[in-house]
Design a binder for this molecule. Sequence first.
Ligand code: AMP
Length: 127
Amino acid sequence: MAYAYDDQNIFAKILRGEIPNDTVLETAHTLAFNDIAPQAPHHVLVIPKGAYVTHDHFAEDASDAEIADFTRVVNEICKRLGIRPGDGGEGYRLISNAGEAGVQEVPHYHMHILSGRPLGRMLKKAD
Ligand code: AMP
């Protein structure tokens, strides 16, 4: 598996502080910020600070510390938003698009956290 990371992608620019973001939570390895074009009342993006393109790239090459931190940041945001079913919250959806079939627009690994409205079924049937 080989990935060429494009360090001119928009999330790389956010991580370098070259463009602003609406930060929700930041840790040593992870940044979470509100999506600029939200598709639900809660739409947060969680990204690792390291240069990873997709989930598979992250899972193969990131350290255990990075992976644990990322996973726990996703949870912490769900907790703070009050959307965890175990807390009586309404629930949420996690999406990570990868590559062409996944219609990934930004080639820096990210997890979408979506909640705040009924989200419908996961996928429409193919046209
Ligand atoms: P994806 O299609 O999974 O690559 O999603 C990329 C997401 O990044 C989209 O939901 C965009 O709205 C979002 N996005 C693009 N530029 C920015 C930005 N500058 N700040 C926050 N979110 C952004």
